[in-house]
Design a protein around this ligand. Structure first.
Ligand code: IDP
Ligand code: MG
Length: 134
């Protein structure tokens, strides 16, 4: 099914100059970049995006991290876009992510894991609303 997902290169991915490599991976498999914007995440957007993690030990650090520098916000579309982006990202902890995945290739620790991707079509719709206001 053709669907849209929200994905975001986190501040470490931008700071470490991986934007081009990451966007290439999406384009290489045939996904389409529908929207793309470099900018900061506001505290309000960070809290809305990570509401499910409020109260967890890493929550405050996560909000600081995601608001610490510019990110690249993207809407990506294509066949199975949600699952395909998650597959290209690799598992949450870069230490466990397979080589060849974005987190496996460009990350080292859980504190800075390079990229975000929506975990379902419903999350994607919500997150596109949070970050692109639609
Ligand atoms: P996901 O990004 O792979 O969907 P989630 O479990 O939804 O992973 O966690 C959201 C984000 O919160 C992660 O991408 C990571 O930045 C951060 N995070 C999750 N667990 C930890 C942790 O144990 N320590 C530090 N940061 C964490
Ligand atoms: Mg998640």
């Amino acid at each position: 099914m053709i669907e849209k997902t929200y994905t975001m290169i986190k501040p470490d991915g931008v700071r470490n100059h991986h934007i081009g490599q990451i966007v290439s991976r999406f384009e290489n498999v045939g996904l389409t970049i529908e929207r793309m914007e470099l900018g900061m995440v506001t505290p309000e957007q960070a809290k809305a995006n990570y509401a499910e993690h409020e109260g967890k030990p890493f929550y405050d650090g996560l909000i600081s991290y995601i608001t610490s520098g510019p990110v690249v916000k993207m809407v990506v579309s294509g066949e199975n876009a949600v699952a395909t982006v998650r597959k290209l990202m690799g598992v949450t902890n870069p230490a466990d992510a397979a080589p060849g995945t974005i987190r496996g290739d460009y990350g080292l620790t859980m504190d800075e894991n390079v990229i975000h991707g929506s975990d379902s079509v419903a999350s994607a719709e919500r997150e596109i609303g949070v970050f692109f206001g639609e």
